[in-house]
Structure formats: structure tokens, C-alpha cells
Design a protein around this ligand. Structure first.
Ligand SMILES: [Mg+2]
Length: 274
């Protein structure tokens, strides 16, 4: 059973009172309302303020976890002093701008480029399909395409992926070509969460996401027991999810982040001055 996250109850507040508190946030559909074209999506100003307040709060670490490239996700949210896990875990940018790429992932870059060269011309004639080369992965957005054409697009991608030994995954109106092997938001949040100290006795973690790829993170975090707080953004309460809690939309995410910040201030975790 998934429970509503708002208003923030004592149980959730207690679980998120630890230090460090690691706040992991998906971007599209979680901080930014979904837009017709990925390039049009924006994080509202009030949401940026809420993320920024947490990012400078004492004992809090903010991590953006996106399917976008890490640089793109960082640009879009536009808040300093955050970690960014991009490309579903294939790349990470630290708060000082240093980029970390998994060596296994880097080895597949030439094959991903080759897949892009094969796929792009085959999609050129399909109206409404947006092809995006993210370096370590490829994204094919079909929100604006005629649904009748999507099976053809999928078949073309499946053929290329099989020929090159790559992997095809699906999200909201998006197909993605990725290297083989198990790197996803689940493995990424466990790796970074561990290195940030979220899973120590004193640490705490909350993860919020809205899509199928976020379910990997919910499952991974819940497999560690009832310490991390997992939240699915969904306009339907009945959406099947591995998350423990749900909120309705990105504006409720913002309300939660503001409330979380206020709760920590009240309980004596001061913000950094300035
Ligand atoms: Mg999302």
C-alpha cells in the first residue's frame, strides 16, 4: 500500500532527521512538469529555491538523479552545490564540477556512437520523433509522434541494439539505447548513497521520482530495509509502484521539500550562514 506523503507525518520526519540527510531527486516529472518537448521542460523558480535552500542546509546533500545527461540536468535545475547523477547512473558530476564515468560504460562509447549513426537516418523520416545523442546512451523521444508509427520505430531500434550487443529500455514516451549490464538508477543511488554516508546509523535518505526507471531506485533502496524514504510522483494513487509514499505532482514535491527544510530548521539543524 502506498501512503500519501503530505502532510509530512512524524514517522517520516523522524526517519529524515538524520545527518547526513541525502535528498535524491529525479528532474523531469518530479521537479519539472513534463513538457511536450524535453527542451521545453523547466523547473519553476519556487522549486529551485526549495532545492537550493536544502543544498546549502547543514548536514544535507542534494543529488539530482536524471535520465538526462548530467550536464543537462544540472543546467536545467540551475542550483549550485548539488551532485548530479545523469544518464540513469552512467555519469556523475560532483558539486565542484568533476565528472565521474564508470569505466565499463566508457568502453561502450564507440558502439553507442555506431548505433546512433545507424539509427538516426532511419528515424529521420518519422515525424515527431526526437533523436538525442547523450554520448553514453541514446534517447528517442516519441511523445509527438503518431502512435501508429511507434512499433516501427521500436522494431528498428531492437534490430540495431541486437546487432551491436546493446540494450533497449523504455520510459515515458521514450526509448533508450544503453550499454549492456546492470547500471540503472537503482545501482547508482546505492553506490552514491553509500559513499555519501546515507546508510550509516546516523544517515538518512529520501528519493523522489515519477517514472519506470525510478522504480529501480525504489526497489534498491527498499531492499535495504525501512530506512530510506521512497516517494513516487503520480497523478493516480493506484499506480503500481515499489515506493512507500506518493505525491500527486511536482508542486507537491516542492511543498514537501519546503516542509523538510522547515522541519530540520525547527529541530536545530541550522543552515550555513550566507
Ligand atoms: Mg522523471
Amino acid at each position: 500500500m502506498t501512503e500519501p506523503l503530505l502532510p509530512i507525518g512524524d514517522a517520516v520526519a523522524r526517519r529524515l532527521a538524520g545527518t547526513p540527510l541525502v535528498v535524491m531527486l529525479d528532474v523531469d516529472g518530479t521537479l519539472a512538469p513534463i513538457a511536450q518537448r524535453p527542451g521545453d521542460a523547466e523547473v519553476p523558480l519556487e522549486t529551485r529555491r526549495a532545492v537550493s535552500a536544502l543544498a546549502v542546509a547543514s548536514g544535507v546533500v542534494v543529488v539530482l538523479v536524471s535520465g538526462r545527461s548530467a550536464a543537462d540536468a544540472r543546467r536545467m535545475v540551475g542550483v549550485a552545490n548539488v551532485w548530479v547523477v545523469g544518464n540513469h547512473g552512467y555519469e556523475t558530476i560532483g558539486p565542484d564540477g568533476e565528472t565521474l564515468i564508470d569505466s565499463q560504460v566508457a568502453a561502450y562509447q564507440p558502439l553507442i556512437a555506431q548505433a546512433g549513426r545507424r539509427i538516426q537516418p532511419r528515424l529521420a523520416g518519422v515525424p515527431g520523433v526526437i533523436f538525442e545523442d547523450k554520448g553514453w546512451t541514446l534517447s528517442i523521444h516519441y511523445r509527438l509522434a503518431d502512435p501508429a508509427l511507434v512499433p516501427k520505430v521500436r522494431a528498428a531500434l531492437e534490430e540495431t541494439v541486437a546487432a551491436l550487443g546493446l540494450r533497449l529500455t523504455e520510459g515515458k514516451m521514450i526509448l533508450e539505447v544503453r550499454p549492456p549490464g546492470q547500471i540503472n538508477k537503482g545501482t547508482a543511488v546505492l553506490t552514491l548513497g553509500r559513499s555519501l554516508g546515507a546508510f550509516t546509523d546516523q544517515g538518512a535518505l529520501v528519493f523522489i521520482g515519477d517514472d519506470r526507471t525510478d522504480e529501480d531506485a525504489f526497489r534498491a533502496l527498499r531492499s535495504r530495509g525501512k530506512t530510506s524514504v521512497t516517494v513516487r510522483v503520480s497523478d493516480e494513487e493506484t499506480t503500481s509502484t515499489a515506493a512507500e509514499y506518493w505525491v500527486r505532482d511536482p508542486s507537491e514535491v516542492r511543498v514537501f521539500l519546503e516542509g523538510l527544510h522547515a522541519t530540520r530548521r525547527r529541530s536545530g539543524h541550522p543552515s550555513h550562514p550566507g
